[in-house]
Every structure is written in C-alpha cells, then in structure tokens.
Write a protein that binds this ligand. Structure first.
Ligand SMILES: Cc1ncc(COP(=O)(O)O)c(C=O)c1O
Length: 390
C-alpha cells in the first residue's frame, strides 16, 4: 500500500523553526503551523522562482486576484469582487494596521474570549482597550452571550469588534444566524467588524464555514475581512495574506493604512505560492482535511479509552484542539509547565487566550499519527504524574 504522504516524518529541528527550536526531548504541539510539507505544486512553484535567481520587487498580477476569487467561489460559495481585495504581508500585520486606522487611541475593541491572543497585542500595543465579551461555556460547548455583547457594543467608546471566524482556539464554526446577529448589533451601534477568517478552510469534511460578509447587507457593508492561504497550506513563513472590504469608504482608509504601514507589498515568493495553492493544490488539500479529521478522532478515542480527566471541546474547524483540564488541576498553567518539564510535551497554556482559558490547554494536531500517538502517551503520563506529585 502507498504510504500516506502525511504519515511521513519531516525533521524540522535546526531549521530556525519557531515551533521546533526547543530541547531534543520535547515535542512541540503549540504554535499554529503544521508539521507537514506543503502541496507539491507549491514546492514546485517556489523551486521555479528560486532557480530564476533574481529576487527583485514584485507586482500583484491578475492571476493572484483570480485564484482567490475562484477559491472562495468554489469552496465557500461567496463572490469576492476584485476591487475589494488588497494584498497584505500577513493577517496580523493587517489587523495591527487596520486597528490603528479605523479606531482612535483609548477606544474599546470588543472580542469574544477566549480568543487568539495576538488580537490583544494588536489592540493594546496601539493603546486601545480590549473589551472582552466572554463566551459562555456550558455542557462542554461555547456560545455567545448576546446580552453581554450588546452591552459592550453599546458603549460609546466601542468602535470595533474583532471576530474570529472560525474561532481559534475553540474551533467553532459560527452559524449564519449567529453571524447575522453579530453583524446586526455591530451595525446598530456603528461598530466596524474586522473578521479574521484565516482558519476558514480547515473544517471537518461534512461542513464548511460561513463567510461573515456573505450573510447580510449589514454584514457586507460594515466589515473588513482578513483571509490567507497560510493555515490551510502551511505557508506562514511566506508572509502573505489578503484583506477584502466591500465598503468603499472603509476600504480607502484601510488601503491607505496598509500602504503607509508598509505591509502591502509582496516578497518575490508570495504571489506564486498563493496561485499554486488556490489553483493547483485542491487534491492535496482534501487529503490534508481528511488526515486532520482522523487525528481528531484519535485524540477523542484516546481520552475516552484511557479515562483521562480531560474534556475535548467538540469542534468542527481548525487543527487546534481545546482541552478542558479543570479536573486535572486548579492551576492549568502549572499543569502545562509541568507537562513540558516532566514529559517534554509542549502545549499552549490556555491562559493567554483570556476568557475562561485558564482551565484549558490548546493542542496542535497537524502532525503525523506516530507523533500524535506519542504525544497522547506523554499527556497520559503527565496527568498521572501530576496527580501523584504535581
Ligand atoms: C486567528 C489567527 N489570526 C492570524 C494568525 C496569524 O496570521 P499571519 O501569520 O498571517 O500574521 C493566526 C495564527 O495562528 C491565527 O490563529
């Protein structure tokens, strides 16, 4: 039988990898990049570009726009117009730039917590205030507290909401109804929505995400959306993303901002990789989705069969699992450090995501099954040891 390409071990040590530049005995399953080689068509495109030997300034050709527009049309049934799109050197650079252009020093920016921690950096480094609307955690699942959200949006100092769709770290795909309500409330209180959709492609096989701007005219005309190929195709280091905005007035402001902040120009590999990803890598991507889905089932089964006192939050998107460890420890940060120190398993401490993240760890399962199974054994060993001496 042909070996599954995702089963292959790729050694990332000594490659200046943020994730893997750690001790030899450690297994990193924290930061959100994958331990899989990207799609063959992308590697080929980069090799071709590299062989050319001249790495000068790069323009953004029509094919870049077309590849994005077609991917969203085919995969997400949403039509992005060419004139809405703007290149950016990453989603985080775009968010930081947009926060500075759309809001003022001292304004509130609302987020649903727990959420991707870098949002807080983009907000607070710019001297704006994070206003958390904590998600409600009930029976192992999260939902929005719309009454609390409305109160936060109503505040005169609130001018923006950063929405994570699907939501990192809980892996939730927001429904059309939920998005419609969020969009309506933001519109009612003149709060601009910045929807970060970087995780939109990796979902379970039987479902797909709902683009924020696709839901209603209110959502379309009052949102700025960040998208990227970097999660689905493992291209974070290529530093390329896109922002789209249907509202011309808002768009003019953000385009000027992205240019003034010097985050609007591609490096010489950025265009070819995106085109190869969205135009020529669909089969690879479908196999990846299947593999990640299988990995999720492995974790679920392992936790159950081994009776570990850890609850997996049901999720339909991302390769990040959100593990409720409140029965293991009253101090999950301490447990996360203990786990790393005693077993070598390096997970993300949920505290950084705020909200009720203090009871959780986040586990990145985008790795081969041999590593995943090893990590699960380390997790079990860590729990048992922690119960004894932690
Ligand atoms: C929700 C979210 N937004 C943005 C990023 C990073 O985006 P970029 O690497 O394009 O700056 C991540 C990375 O994990 C993420 O989870």
């Amino acid at each position: 039988m042909k070996q599954n390409e995702f089963d292959k071990k790729v050694n990332r040590r000594n490659t200046n990898s943020l994730k893997w530049d750690i001790k030899d005995n450690e297994i990193p399953m924290w930061v959100a990049d994958m331990d899989f080689k990207t799609a063959p068509a992308i590697i080929k495109a980069i090799e071709k570009r590299a062989r050319h030997g001249i790495y000068g300034y790069t323009i953004i050709p029509d094919i870049w726009y077309e590849s994005i527009i077609n991917w969203w049309k085919n995969e997400h049934q949403f039509e992005i117009k060419k004139e809405w799109l703007q290149f950016s050197t990453g989603v985080v650079p775009a968010i930081s730039s947009i926060v500075k252009r759309i809001t003022n020093v001292g304004d509130n920016i609302v987020t649903l917590t727990p959420v991707y921690d870098i949002f807080f950096h983009s907000i607070e480094n710019a001297n704006r205030k994070t206003l958390e609307s904590p998600l409600v955690y009930e029976n192992g699942a999260y939902h929005i507290d719309f009454e609390d959200l409305e109160n936060k949006l109503k505040d005169k100092k609130t001018t923006m909401m950063i929405f994570c769709n699907p939501h990192n770290p809980i892996g939730k795909i927001w429904t059309k109804e939920e998005i419609e309500k969020v969009g309506h409330l933001c519109n009612k209180y003149n709060v601009v929505v910045l929807s970060d959709e970087i995780h939109c492609d990796i979902t379970d096989m039987d479902c797909s995400y709902v683009p924020f701007a696709s839901v209603s005219d209110e959502c379309l005309n009052n949102s700025i959306v960040c998208i990227s190929a970097s999660k689905a195709f493992n291209l974070a280091g290529i530093q390329s993303a896109a922002v789209y905005c249907a509202n011309e007035k808002l768009r003019k402001i953000i385009v000027k901002g992205l240019n003034s902040d010097e985050v609007a120009e591609p490096n010489c590999f950025a265009i070819d990789t995106i085109v190869a990803a969205f135009n020529d890598s669909k089969d690879w991507f479908m196999n990846l989705k299947q593999y990640i889905y299988e990995n999720k089932q492995i974790v679920k089964t392992y936790l159950k069969e081994n009776n570990l006192p850890i609850k997996l939050v049901e999720s339909k998107a991302t390769y990040l699992l959100w593990l409720d460890c409140s029965l293991v420890s009253k101090n999950v940060s301490k447990f996360a450090s203990f786990l790393r120190e005693k077993t070598g398993l390096y997970l993300s401490d949920g505290k950084v995501y705020r909200g009720n993240g203090t009871n959780f760890v986040r586990m990145n399962i985008a790795c081969n099954k041999t590593q995943l199974n090893k990590a699960l054994r380390m997790l079990k060993q860590g729990v048992l040891l922690y119960k004894k001496i932690g």
